[in-house]
Design a protein around this ligand. Structure first.
Ligand code: AMP
Length: 211
C-alpha cells in the first residue's frame, strides 16, 4: 500500500503543481487546507468572513478550525492523500499523526527553495477560479492571456494573499514555523527534501521514485 504524502514548502514553492501531476497519474487524492478555507470564504458565511480577514493578512488560521475542516473532507479508509498546506506548525504535525493518520504510512516532502525567488513567483501566480490550474505570467503563461488552458474558463485570478504586501508576511510566518516541522519528520525518518528550483519534471521524478 502507498504512503500518504505530506507536502511542506513555502507559498509558491511548487507544492500545488506537483500535487496536480501526482493526482493526474492516479492513486492519490489532493487535499489543500488553503483550498478548503477558500471554499469556506466563497460560502460567504460568518465563519468565511472571519477566515478571510486572517488569510488576507497572511497569518495562519486557528489549528482547531483547520483540523476540523480537514477531518470533514477526507476519508483515509478509501483513499491515499496528498496533504498540501497541512501541517503548518509542529502542533499540526503532531495532530495529523495522532488524529488523522493514526499509524498509516506517510512521507513528508520538503520543497527547498531560496526565499528570494518566491516573491516574484507569487506576484506572477494566477489561478483558474474554475478548475484550480496554476499559471505564472513569466514562466508558465496561458496560451491565451486570461484564459485557462485546461478548462477554457476566462477566470484566471490573482489570489488576494498573493499581493506583494501580504506575501512578505506569509513568507515570514512560514520561515518562523517550518523548522520544528522538518525536524519532527526527520527524527521519524519520514522526510525527503527536493530542490524546488529544479524543473517541474525533475522534481516530479524524484517524488515519484519515493512513493
Ligand atoms: P495556502 O493556499 O496553502 O498558501 O494557504 C493560504 C492561507 O490559508 C494561509 O496563508 C493561511 O492563512 C491559511 N492556511 C492554509 N493552510 C493552513 C493551515 N494548515 N493552518 C493554518 N492556516 C492555514
Amino acid at each position: 500500500m502507498k504512503s500518504h504524502l505530506i507536502l511542506i514548502g513555502a507559498p509558491g514553492s511548487g507544492k500545488g503543481t506537483q500535487a496536480s501531476k501526482l493526482v493526474a497519474d492516479g492513486g492519490f487524492r489532493h487535499v489543500s487546507t488553503g483550498d478548503l478555507l477558500r471554499s469556506e470564504i466563497a460560502k460567504k458565511s460568518d465563519l468565511g468572513f472571519e477566515v478571510k480577514k486572517v488569510m488576507d493578512s497572511g497569518q495562519l488560521v486557528s489549528d482547531e478550525l483547520v483540523i476540523r475542516l480537514l477531518q470533514a473532507n477526507i476519508d483515509l479508509s478509501k483513499y491515499n492523500y496528498i496533504f498540501d498546506g497541512y501541517p503548518r506548525n509542529i502542533v499540526q504535525a503532531q495532530t495529523l499523526d495522532r488524529e488523522v493518520l493514526k499509524g498509516s504510512s506517510s512521507l513528508a516532502v520538503y520543497f527547498d527553495i531560496n526565499p528570494n525567488k518566491l516573491v516574484e513567483r507569487l506576484a506572477n501566480r494566477r489561478t483558474c477560479k474554475n478548475c484550480g490550474s496554476i499559471y505564472n505570467l513569466v514562466t508558465k503563461k496561458p496560451k491565451i492571456m486570461g484564459v485557462c488552458d485546461e478548462c477554457g474558463a476566462s477566470d484566471l485570478v490573482q489570489r488576494p494573499d498573493d499581493k506583494e504586501e501580504v506575501i512578505t508576511n506569509r513568507l515570514k510566518v512560514f520561515s518562523e514555523t517550518v523548522n520544528p516541522v522538518l525536524s519532527y519528520y526527520q527524527s521519524h525518518g519520514r522526510l525527503v527534501t527536493v530542490d524546488a528550483e529544479a524543473n517541474v519534471e525533475e522534481i516530479y521524478t524524484k517524488i515519484s521514485s519515493k512513493v
